[in-house]
Write a protein that binds this ligand. Sequence first.
Ligand code: ADP
Ligand code: MG
Length: 708
Amino acid sequence: MRPSELNPLFASALSLPGIGAKLERVLAKLVRGTGTDRGGSRAPLRVLDLIWHLPTGLIDRSLRPKLAGLPRSGIVTVDVVIGRHRPSGNRRAPYRVECHDDTGSLSLVFFHAHADYLRRMLPEGERRLISGRIEWFSGSPQIAHPDYILTAEEMAALPLLEPVYPLTAGLAPKVLRKAITSALDTLPHLPEWQDPALLAQRRWPSFTSALRAVHEPARPEELQADSPARARLAYDELLANQLALSLVRRQLKRAKGRVTAGDGRIRDRIMAALPYSLTGAQRMALAEIAGDMGSGDRMLRLLQGDVGSGKTVVALLALAAAAEAGLQGALVAPTEILARQHLETIEPLAQAAGLRIAVLTGRESASTRKPLLEAMAMGAVDLVVGTHALFQDDVVFRDLGLVVIDEQHRFGVHQRLALQAKAGGKADMLVMSATPIPRTLSLTLYGDMDISRLTEKPAGRQPIDTRVTSIERMDEVIEGLRRAFSNGARAYWVCPLVEEAEDGADDRAAAEARYRALEQAFPGRVGLLHGRMKAAEKDMVMARFKAGELSLLVATTVIEVGVNVPEATIMVVENAERFGLAQLHQLRGRVGRGAGHSTCLLLYQPPLSGTASARLKIMRQTEDGFLIAEEDLRLRGAGEVLGTRQSGLPSFRVADIEQQGELLAIARKDAALVLEKDPDLTTSRGQALRMLLYLFERDEAVRLLRAG
Ligand code: ADP
Ligand code: MG
């Protein structure tokens, strides 16, 4: 149970004075980056969300030039006499107000102006202090929609320094400031959870003062990651993260493992049925896994390998080892499509080896589900492939020995923690990930998991020819596809996720529009796949593409995971500049799987920024997923690599892993020490740390503690 003192922070932002339904909607969009979630509904904005919306800049209103000395750009505050009003002649033209001082003149510009209001605010002949962003228009200075218009008496009230928040249209800075201030005012008195010695040594403020300071920067340095207030909050977040991961890990290790040593008979049969031999990296990973399973401790291992590096067969062989020892196994995929894909790869091999296999995705009818659950409970099934439906309460295994979670970075940390906790028992755990994240980041995501890496690509892979082209050359792209299709080629066309726009456009609409356009070019040969289609419809489209009835599959990023059509040799990604590199790399990995020469065409919308162009260049230069991840991190920063909505990875609210790696190391040690001395967080510091876990929404971890 969450301590009741924290309830006001988790209440809807509507509970704050001055925030009504309309403003709440605007704020939610601003703070969360999106109006609605993908299902069309959305969780209400909470007070806590506002508190974590941190400023990114600082406006300095101390610059007070004379009009003759106005800078080319930036924020200025000028002391002027109001001159003539020039109402606009038509709706499109702005309303202008001239002003001057003894050195020059300036126009104030207002669009969609209310004349009455402006006449009242800016009476001709009077002195006013005007603050806003200076612009030059045909050689004359102007300020459009000044931030402040103050009388001489009000001047003292002008904040000289003001934080700048990432803004969306339709929200005045003052309104956001007020909302955040009221949110901060709800902060209850909180006990200190950090070690006083550390606080003293680093000169870090308390949590509450740090939050206030971060929202009221007085100097630009205070916006830096290493300012005491920011560092304190980042450390809080990292400690919460490390504590949560340690608690999960402990929970998993707490139940004693068991020695699972198969005799190799099923594995031998699978190997004999494989049309290839394993790579060295696959063999090494299998040896590490067998070592873990054969020891008395529980396995907690991450199998990291690039797209196409052959993780599935490694998982299957590990599951076979469990079956040899008389135990059951589960392979959990993040999506239905991916679960079915795994089944397809695994089924023929399992059959050849005499493994009894079943699938459970939550889509089965009651009449199929019931006997299946019985078979699982009786031990008549060796291996179940499925989605998180496998973790429903009525699913019971006779003796679950190994759980493989293929996360392909679609499970958020929260979900994964829940899954891992639920898997419970003594089962060994293998998490597969295709995200080639650097070590520092993997620590924050997985804690101290053991890691096996598949660094080698299976033999016989064709390099993929990657090209970067402007979308303005669409006609050529279509002609190229036409030629390829006449030779029997198959292609994917990926449309990006689109932030939900005011007009209701979304990724589905974008994909549908593209589908219609391409269908005109290739009548009857184009299929469409997006996340909101029914599973049966998706399967049908996939099957037709696989069978070659369709040449072109237009899709949103749903195809990123789990599509394996070796005959497809062309991948077109539209608006490639909007994707994370890791994601582009994943998408590209969908081709180059068969014998044919493959091409990846990255279409961008010009103009391309310097960073965007550097990022796309990396895609052209290398197919090494680790290198791509490192470069992406260097170019964009950890916050973005982890934080993009599209990556599905969790983001930190304050911590910046790139700049605060040092703090991460301390947090790791600190978390270990805390849990060693106070394993269930029952001491007074422990109780305070529970608050911390709630404040950073690591609630799953709190549930793993014994009551106290
Ligand atoms: P990942 O899940 O790592 O992206 P998969 O397990 O889906 O990769 O493997 C991709 C393809 O490579 C599959 O078609 C699989 O049969 C094949 N494959 C796996 N291991 C090897 C190998 N050692 N040699 C050749 N092909 C392999
Ligand atoms: Mg796979």
